[in-house]
Design a binder for this molecule. Structure first.
Ligand SMILES: N[C@@H](CCC(=O)N[C@@H](CS)C(=O)NCC(=O)O)C(=O)O
Length: 243
């Protein structure tokens, strides 16, 4: 499922593209859900980027972007942060193949992205927060614990104590996706596009940083995830996972 640039797109110059990605203690493990959205978007467009490992506490390294979160994409003169804004930038600069399929598709993808961020991030973090803590660089662990415990209002261990209920919560949260995938192969129809990557990024987050399996094998979401693991020459399937 490799999709090539068409003649009317500007020739991508991989040497000008740099992507700052969140890394675990093992710098080959890139686990951020939002960075995965961008990875898949670049692959969709047949673009290569130099992928630079970044840690939670390396705020100075991305200070040039004017904020402290990844992904950050540097595309020649352009510096773009926030995975949604990066997707829009890529769509504008490298129109084919499209990530959105036009304005209506873009608007619906925005909803899917908001659903993933607003519903799936909170559902998944309840399962994997301690796994993240235990697998990130030692220098990041204090920052991660403090910032997340402030956000959750309790210790990471208390927050993730009831795994069974958290997994059930995720199963319920995935209902709209499950119903959709009973009718079609991808969120975007017969082939994947950005709305798929918004949700798939969440799955890659857990896959790369946690040993917990989020999905049942007979769930249509499981089969969809398998298809996306194989997309773009198996880019995601071959991605390093934390031990
Ligand atoms: N809305 C942003 C969210 C970016 C974000 O939250 N990135 C996380 C990694 S998944 C981060 O950089 N966290 C650093 C921190 O918490 O200090 C996007 O879609 O790119």
């Amino acid at each position: 499922m490799r999709m090539a640039q068409t003649d009317d797109s500007p020739a991508p110059d991989a040497t000008t593209l740099k992507l700052y990605e969140l890394a675990s203690a093992d710098e080959t493990v890139r686990f951020s859900p939002h960075c995965w959205k961008t990875r898949m978007a670049l692959a969709h467009k047949g673009l290569n980027a130099e992928r630079i490992p970044w840690r939670f506490t390396d705020k100075d390294v991305i200070a040039f972007s004017g904020q402290g979160l990844v992904p950050v994409l540097v595309d020649g003169e352009a510096v773009v942060n926030d995975s949604w804004r990066i997707a829009e930038h890529l769509e504008e600069r490298y129109p084919h193949p499209s990530l959105f399929g036009g304005d209506t598709g873009r608007a619906v993808a925005r909803f899917v992205n908001s659903w993933a961020d607003g519903t799936l991030v909170p559902a998944i973090i309840k399962v994997i927060a301690v796994d993240i803590h235990n697998r990130i660089a030692a220098k990041d662990q204090g920052y991660f614990r403090q910032s997340r415990e402030r956000r959750f209002g309790m210790s990471l261990e208390a927050f993730t104590a009831d795994t069974a209920t958290a997994r059930e919560g995720l199963r319920h949260a995935l209902a709209p996706l499950r119903f959709t995938l009973r009718q079609q192969a991808f969120v975007c129809g017969a082939t994947p596009a950005y709305a798929d990557y918004c949700v798939f990024g969440m799955m890659m987050w857990a896959r790369c940083i946690s040993p917990v399996e989020l999905l049942e094998q007979d769930d249509p979401v499981f089969a969809w995830r398998e298809r996306l693991l194989d997309a773009h020459d198996g880019l995601a399937r071959h991605a390093p996972r934390a031990q």
